[in-house]
Design a binder for this molecule. Structure first.
Ligand SMILES: Cc1cc2nc3c(=O)[nH]c(=O)nc-3n(C[C@H](O)[C@H](O)[C@H](O)COP(=O)(O)OP(=O)(O)OC[C@H]3O[C@@H](n4cnc5c(N)ncnc54)[C@H](O)[C@@H]3O)c2cc1C
Length: 162
């Protein structure tokens, strides 16, 4: 979602910096989608990507992070190294290496998804003796195919139990 948002903002003329913890973007998308998004990002003069970011602190318009020096190439306008005093002021004085600050109008966070807690609903169903199956994102945040497949299998199971 981060990369789609980056493209959307770039289309509005905004300069965008995508900060990625790992070594690749759009990792979990389907093949064709991944290919297209990467191509658009590569060819956009307004979108830049920094990989291997080690996030330390995120605020509404700032990200404090450590990152390999080569990831800053050509992105100097985005990053600024914190002085020891600034590190202390940001509560990052325990960090040994260089900490950089990336400042923006707005920071959008697309840090992954976690399932909603269904334990309350499960407790009610168990108490009332209503059989149930957990499917889709409430088991683990994944893709539509997983939810539909598990839904089908769960319903088949119910049919078999009759
Ligand atoms: C931004 C984003 C982009 C995505 N893009 C893709 C993509 O490109 N391709 C892909 O395959 N997947 C994508 N996904 C993942 C996909 O949307 C989910 O995997 C899929 O929707 C899971 O289906 P589900 O039925 O388990 O959950 P959901 O689709 O979330 O359905 C759960 C439903 O339960 C309802 N609900 C929740 N709590 C209660 C309650 N207490 N009482 C009654 N109703 C309740 C909710 O309102 C919702 O309608 C994306 C997800 C997000 C967030």
């Amino acid at each position: 979602m981060a990369c789609e948002t980056a493209i959307h903002l770039a289309k509005q003329g905004k300069q965008v910096l995508v900060l990625e913890r790992g070594g690749e973007i759009v990792k979990d998308a389907y093949r064709f989608h991944k290919y297209k998004v990467r191509e658009i990002i590569r060819s956009s003069p307004l979108v830049q990507v920094a990989f291997h970011c080690n996030f330390k602190k995120i605020t509404r318009n700032k990200v404090f992070l450590a990152l390999p020096p080569e990831e800053m190439d050509g992105k100097g306008t985005f990053f600024r190294q914190l002085t020891p005093e600034e590190k202390e002021a940001e509560g990052l004085s325990d960090e040994k290496g260089a900490i950089f600050q990336a400042e923006a109008e707005v920071v959008y966070s697309a840090l992954g998804r976690v399932p909603n807690d269904t334990s309350g609903m499960e407790a009610v169903l168990q108490k009332k003796g209503i059989p149930y199956e957990k499917i889709g994102d409430c088991v683990k945040a994944r893709k539509i195919y997983d939810a539909v497949t598990e839904g089908f299998l769960a319903v088949s199971g119910v049919e078999n139990k009759k």
